[in-house]
Design a binder for this molecule. Sequence first.
Ligand code: HEM
Length: 172
Amino acid sequence: MSKSVSFQKPMFIVSALTILAVAAVAWFSLHPSAALAGRENGGTVSARLGGVEGIRTFLDKKAVPAILADPELAPFFAVLTETPGDIEDCLARLLDHDLGGLSAKAGTATETGHICRSSMSNVHRGLAITDRAFDRFVEVVGREALAAGVAPADVQEIAHKLESYRGSIVRQ
Ligand code: HEM
C-alpha cells in the first residue's frame, strides 16, 4: 500500500509539471510580443509610449506641431540643415534609447540616408538656444504628452531625460 502511494505522488508531480510546461510554451508561442516585451523592454517608459514608433508618432502629430506653433520656439526651426522627418526620426530614437527602449542612441541611418548625430552640442551649435527657450521646449513637450494621456510620472521621466541635455544644447 505504502509502495503504491510513494510511486503515484512523483508521477502526479511529473505530469503536472509537463502540463504546465506545455501550457507555458503554448502561451508564449501565441503571445510572442508579450514574451519579448517582458524580456527586453516591458515596463519601461518607452514601452508605455509604444516604443520608438509611438514616440515618433507623438513627435510628428503632437510635439512638433506644438513647437512650431509656439512663437518663442518656432524661429529656431526656421533654417534647418536636415529634413524635419530626419529630426523626428533621430529624436525619437534618442528618446526611445534614453527611456529604456531598444534603439541605438545615435549613428543609425534614416530613410533619407541621414546619420543620426551623437553630439548634441554639434547639432545645436550656432542656434543660440537660451535657457528660457529650453525651458519652454520641455514645457511644451510635457504639456502635449499629458494631453495625449501619458501618465504624469512618465511625463516627469521624459522631462528629466530632456533636462540632462541642457548643458550641451543651451548657448552652443
Ligand atoms: C531638450 C532636449 C533636446 C534634445 C534631446 C534634442 C535633440 C535633437 C536631435 C536628436 C536632433 C536631430 C539630430 C540629428 O540630426 O542627428 C535635433 C535637431 C534640432 N534641434 Fe534639438 N533637441 C533638444 C532641444 C532643442 C531645443 C530647445 C531647440 C530649440 C529651441 C532645438 C532645436 C533643434 C533644431 C533647430 C534642430 C535641427 C538642426 C539642423 O537642422 O541642423 N532642440 N535636436
